[in-house]
Each structure stands twice: as structure tokens, then as C-alpha cells.
Unconditional design. Structure first.
Length: 216
């Protein structure tokens, strides 16, 4: 399992014992998390980001959960792709296998080991200050399932998607890639793989235990 909290005292940096950093020149920290800053060399698009050194076995159907806050919807350079990464240790976006593409006011689902693997746009009204949670469960036999939650409502997903059974890679990691030089549009807050996040949040419209839902 992995439970990584990006929050801190405002001077925290990424733990390089947990993360591979590719073309990251600096990190902008706040008490709520970290925004990565992509470097200038190389200038290849999407050639800069982070991914976990550890990989996770599909056979155990691990659940990836990552939270972020949207800080900008106008900086094209700061757009990002995040999700399950294939085996290579780099963070180039063509390694994203099951994930999302967060660009300007849009969030799009990506698929099958290609930064050109576009699927229809699911969110078209992303705004600055919105908090998001993506939950992607690998299926043991192939494929994955996505739930995307907005502003602390963890009961009713804003988006769901089923990748079917495509893809059978035995091991994957979490990664995030940025388009071009500059500060990312997202503040990363936490990443959890294999279990629910360490902190428990009760949604405004209910509580879910996996068995019971209540509006009280």
C-alpha cells in the first residue's frame, strides 16, 4: 500500500525515496499540498512529471485514489495527465494507461498507453478552487474502473467510466505528467493506493460505508 500526503508546513518537498522526478525544476509548497514546476529541458511536450518508484500488482485489484485542488484554468502549459502508469520509470504522458487529462476547464478520460488515446470529454465546467478526487480500481483480469468526485461529495460521482478489460499489465504505478514549462495547474493533496485515504471525510449529502448509505 501507499499513503502519501503532499500537505505540510509550506516548505515540504517530494520524498525522492518514493517518487521519480523527471524534468522537475522546483516545487511550490503550501500547507494543503504541492504544485510541481516543470523545467525547461528537454522542451518535448509532456516530458516532465512524477511517478511512484513502487509499482502495484494488478492481481490484487489495487485502488488508486488521488486528490487535488484546481488552481488555474487559463495556463495551457500547466495542464496535466494523472493516473495509473505503465512499467517504465519515466513520467512521459505516453506511459499513462488508465487516467485523466485535466486541461483548462475540461477533464477528459485517457486510455491505453498513449497520450493521444483520447476519449470524450467528461467535465466541461471545471473551475478554480474546485477540489477533486479520482478513484481508479484496477481489475485483476484486465481493465479498470473510474469514479470522479467533486467538492467532497464522495457518495455520488460526477463521472464514472469503465475501461472494460483492455490492458493486462501485471504491475502499474501512479504518475502525473505536465504539458510544458511552468507551474502545474493543480495542487496535489494526497495519493492512496491499496486502501482508503488516511483521513475520513463525511460528504455533505451522506455517509457511505460500502454497505449502507444514509442522508443523516
Amino acid at each position: 500500500t501507499l499513503n502519501y500526503n503532499f500537505a505540510g508546513n509550506g516548505s515540504q518537498t517530494l520524498d525522492t525515496g518514493i517518487w521519480t522526478l523527471l524534468n522537475i525544476s522546483s516545487q511550490t509548497a503550501s500547507t494543503s499540498g504541492i504544485r510541481i514546476v516543470r523545467g525547461t529541458s528537454p522542451t518535448t511536450i509532456w516530458y516532465g512529471g512524477i511517478r511512484t518508484i513502487k509499482e502495484f500488482p494488478r492481481s490484487e485489484s489495487p485502488v488508486l485514489i488521488f486528490d487535488w485542488t484546481q488552481e488555474s484554468i487559463t495556463d495551457s502549459n500547466g495542464r496535466m495527465m494523472l493516473g495509473w502508469w505503465t512499467g517504465a520509470t519515466n513520467a512521459h504522458a505516453n506511459r499513462l494507461y488508465y487516467g485523466i487529462y485535466v486541461y483548462l476547464e475540461n477533464i477528459q478520460i485517457r486510455t491505453l498507453n498513449s497520450h493521444a488515446g483520447e476519449l470524450p470529454v467528461s467535465i466541461t465546467n471545471n473551475t478554480v478552487g474546485t477540489t477533486w478526487r479520482a478513484k481508479i480500481r484496477l481489475k485483476a483480469g484486465g481493465g479498470a474502473m473510474l469514479e470522479l468526485f467533486r467538492n467532497g461529495d464522495f457518495i455520488t460521482p460526477a463521472v464514472t467510466y469503465d475501461w472494460g478489460t483492455g490492458g493486462t499489465e501485471a504491475n502499474l504505478a501512479f504518475g502525473a505528467s505536465q504539458y510544458l514549462t511552468g507551474t502545474s495547474n493543480l495542487t496535489l493533496q494526497q495519493v492512496t493506493i491499496g486502501s482508503q485515504p488516511a483521513t475520513t471525510t463525511i460528504s455533505g449529502n451522506g455517509i457511505s460505508t460500502g454497505q449502507i448509505e444514509s442522508t443523516n
